[in-house]
Design a binder for this molecule. Structure first.
Ligand SMILES: [Zn+2]
Ligand SMILES: [Zn+2]
Length: 383
C-alpha cells in the first residue's frame, strides 16, 4: 500500500515550523472529523481524518519526524526499538493499513492540551524529552466490541525511577560540570584530509551533550532516570468500538526523560468476526433462512439478535432476498450511544426431502394455481 507523503497530507512544506504543522493539522482535523464534517462523503472524510492524524502523530514528534525525514515511510517498519514483554509492540503506532480513529476529546484534547509538551518553544536536546508513545494490540470478540468491556493488560514500559525520581543521581549526590567538554556538551573535532582540514562539532559522549554528569549515578536505574516495569492496566473499551479503531490513554506510555512528559498509550482494537452477524457501521446484518411456506403465507419468525431471539412478523408473499429492519438492535454509536439497526435478509428454504403426503399437497397446490405438474416446460415455451 503506497502512502502519501506526510507533508503533502497536511499541506505544509518540509521546512514548516511545529506551529505551522499544528495549525495545518488542526484545520484538517476540524474539516474532516466525523463530528464536524458536513459534506456527503463521510467515508472519504474519515479516511482523510485518519491520514491527517497519522501524519500529525509523526510530524509533531521530534524524534519520529527526524526519522521520517531521513528514511521516509520505511522507518515505521522496525525503526522504533524492540518489542517488550507480553506481545507489546513498541513501533510507534504508524504501521500501514492500521485503522485509526481519533476522538477529538480523547486525543486532540490531550494533544492540544499540551501533553506534547514544549511545543512551539524550541526544545533543546539536553532538556526534558517526551516519553515514547506505545501501542498495544487488543483482540475483542464481536460482542465485547458492541457492548464495551473492561480488560486488564500487561504492558512493559519505562517508568520514572522510584529511587532518584528521574534525576539519575544517587541520593545526596549532585551533578558536576563535565570536564571532557568543559560544560558545553559539545566537542570540536578536526579532521585532516587531502582537501584540507575540517572542523565538525560533535555531541560530547561523556555527558551526552548535557554539559554535566553525575559521577555517582543512581544504582537502581544506572543513571537513566527510568526503569523498565511491567504493569497491569485496566482498559475500558467503550461500547461500539470497531475493528482498527484505537483508544488513547494519555500519559500511560513511556516516562519522559528529565521531567519531560510521558508518552501516550494507544490500544488498537481487532474485532474478531462473528459466526452469524456482520457489522456495517453501526448496523448489524445477518441472513435468516425461513421455510418457503412461511414466506408465502407470512407469519411469526424468530430472528437472532445479540440479546436473544426477536419475534418478527413477516408479511405474506415475502420474496427471497428481501431485507427487513429491526430498529435499535444494532451497535451503539461510540459518540452518541444511539443504537444502529439490525438488518436481516431473508433466504428461502426449499425442502429437499418431502414425504408422499407433502408432495401430494404441493401437487394439489400447483393444480389450484393452474400450474402443470410433472411436465417439463422450457423457458422459451412458457411465455
Ligand atoms: Zn534512579
Ligand atoms: Zn561533556
Amino acid at each position: 500500500m503506497s502512502k502519501r507523503d506526510y507533508y503533502e497530507v497536511l499541506g505544509v512544506s518540509k521546512n514548516a515550523t511545529p506551529e505551522e504543522i499544528k495549525k495545518a493539522y488542526r484545520k484538517k482535523a476540524k474539516e474532516f472529523h466525523p463530528d464536524s464534517y458536513t459534506g456527503d462523503d463521510k467515508k472519504a472524510a474519515e479516511e482523510k481524518f485518519k491520514e491527517a492524524s497519522e501524519a500529525y502523530s509523526v510530524l509533531s514528534d521530534e524524534t519520529k519526524k527526524a526519522q521520517y525525514d531521513r528514511f521516509g515511510h520505511g522507518f515505521e517498519n522496525g525503526g522504533f526499538g524492540s518489542a517488550g514483554a507480553g506481545g507489546f509492540d513498541f513501533s510507534g503506532f504508524s504501521s500501514g493499513g492500521m485503522g485509526f480513529d481519533i476522538d477529538l476529546d480523547d486525543i486532540l484534547g490531550s494533544v492540544f492540551g499540551g501533553s506534547f509538551g514544549g511545543f512551539g518553544s524550541a526544545r533543546k536536546k539536553k532538556g526534558p524529552t517526551k516519553g515514547a508513545d506505545l501501542r498495544y494490540n487488543m483482540k475483542l470478540t464481536f460482542e465485547e466490541a458492541v457492548f464495551g468491556c473492561s480488560k486488564e493488560i500487561n504492558i512493559t514500559r519505562n517508568e520514572t525511577c522510584p529511587d532518584c525520581h528521574g534525576s539519575g543521581a544517587k541520593k545526596g549526590t549532585t551533578e558536576v560540570k563535565c570536564d571532557e567538554c568543559n560544560g558545553t556538551g559539545r566537542i570540536q573535532v578536526t579532521q585532516n584530509t587531502i582537501m584540507g582540514s575540517f572542523s565538525t562539532v560533535k555531541t560530547c559522549e561523556k555527558c551526552g551533550g548535557e554539559g554535566k554528569y553525575n559521577p555517582s549515578p543512581c544504582e537502581t536505574c544506572s543513571g537513566n532516570g527510568t526503569v523498565r516495569k511491567t504493569r497491569k492496566i485496566e482498559i475500558n473499551i467503550p461500547k461500539g468500538i470497531d475493528n482498527g479503531q484505537a483508544i488513547s490513554l494519555t500519559s500511560e506510555g513511556d516516562a519522559g526523560r528529565k521531567g519531560g512528559p510521558a508518552g501516550d498509550l494507544f490500544v488498537v482494537v481487532t474485532v474478531m468476526p462473528h459466526k452469524i452477524f456482520r457489522r456495517r457501521g453501526n448496523d448489524i446484518c445477518l441472513d435468516v433462512s425461513i421455510p418457503f411456506v412461511k414466506a408465502t403465507l407470512g407469519g411469526k419468525i424468530n430472528v437472532p439478535t445479540l440479546e436473544g431471539d426477536y419475534e418478527f412478523n413477516i408479511p405474506e408473499g415475502t420474496q427471497p432476498g428481501t431485507t427487513f429492519t429491526i430498529k435499535n438492535k444494532g451497535v451503539p454509536s461510540m459518540r452518541s450511544h444511539v443504537r444502529g439497526n439490525l438488518e436481516f435478509k431473508v433466504e428461502i428454504e426449499v425442502p429437499k426431502k418431502l414425504n408422499d403426503k407433502q408432495k401430494e399437497s404441493l401437487r394439489r397446490f400447483a393444480e389450484a394455481s393452474n400450474e402443470e405438474v410433472n411436465k417439463k416446460k422450457s423457458f422459451w415455451e412458457k411465455k
